[in-house]
Design a protein around this ligand. Structure first.
Ligand code: PLP
Length: 254
């Protein structure tokens, strides 16, 4: 746990990088002739400590992305509203952390689906039917439905995660049959070494096709630190930014 001084330093560091990322997003929206309000930034805090999440929350960033259920749940517990603000020189997250929206963006094992559905705001990586049932069951007690994105494979390699484009409609139909889930749209991660613009263009086509039968599922989760401009050009509404905001990851969780 960092002390007060470290934390002050971290806060100014993150405020600077946040300003840079926000101006990249604004610039890309302008270049694409899009309204800035169409794009939400998710801060990807995987491998970063919970104190970074608290700092981001104080800076007004409430959408937090995590890859792993266990790591997300650990941070949530650390930041939880039950912890009194300012305890023992910690980050003192206080109530602002109660407003955080947790986005699960990494590959999800089906035995973690129920747990994720109990705390996440959204799951971006729904790529198979088996996950739908677990998420819906886990979301049964929620007040608001769990938001879900169908992750689409851009390279057709099932081992890398993502549904094949031709399977998206069936997954979407199954999600729509579950009142505990709310289908938001599609998500993808371009394969390493590929042309991201090409991948995002393909994802936009998948999104258009999905919207024929599911007009409300218009969200597109695409774009990371290196390629968010391309993603915004191709209609992204949620960019997932880690490294450009938080720097190189310094901590590893198992
Ligand atoms: C890690 C991760 C990100 C963030 O990537 P950066 O390059 O650090 O911005 C976005 N999306 C997914 C699915 C990730 O796993």
């Amino acid at each position: 746990m960092s002390d007060g001084c470290d934390n002050q330093h971290r806060q100014s560091e993150l405020a600077t990088s946040l300003g840079e990322v926000r101006s990249r997003i604004a610039g890309a929206c302008k270049a694409a002739g899009r309204d800035r309000g169409e794009v939400t930034m998710i801060a990807v805090t995987k491998n970063c400590p919970a104190s970074d999440v608290a700092v981001l929350a104080r800076l007004g960033v409430l959408d937090i992305g995590e890859s792993k259920e266990q790591e997300a749940r650990g941070k949530l517990a650390e930041l939880g509203p039950t912890e009194p603000a300012g305890t023992a020189g910690t980050a003192g997250p206080g109530s602002v952390c109660a407003d955080l929206r947790w986005h699960l963006i990494g590959r999800l094992q089906s035995n973690k689906a129920r747990s994720v559905a109990s705390f996440a705001h959204a799951v971006h990586s729904v790529d198979r039917l088996k996950l739908v049932r677990g998420l819906a069951d886990g979301a049964a007690e929620r007040e608001a439905p769990l938001e879900v994105f169908v992750q689409v494979s851009l390279d057709g390699d099932p081992d890398r995660g993502g549904a094949m484009a031709q399977d998206v409609a069936r997954l979407a139909d199954t999600i729509e049959q579950r009142p505990q889930l709310r289908l938001r749209g599609v998500m993808a991660v371009p394969p390493i070494g590929s042309d991201p613009a090409e991948g995002f263009a393909r994802l936009a086509e998948v999104s258009s096709r999905l919207q024929v039968d599911h007009p409300q599922a218009s969200a597109i989760s695409a774009g990371m630190s290196a390629d968010l401009e391309h993603a915004i050009t191709h209609g992204s509404t949620y960019v997932r930014v880690g490294t450009a905001l938080l720097g190189r990851r310094r901590q590893s969780f198992s």
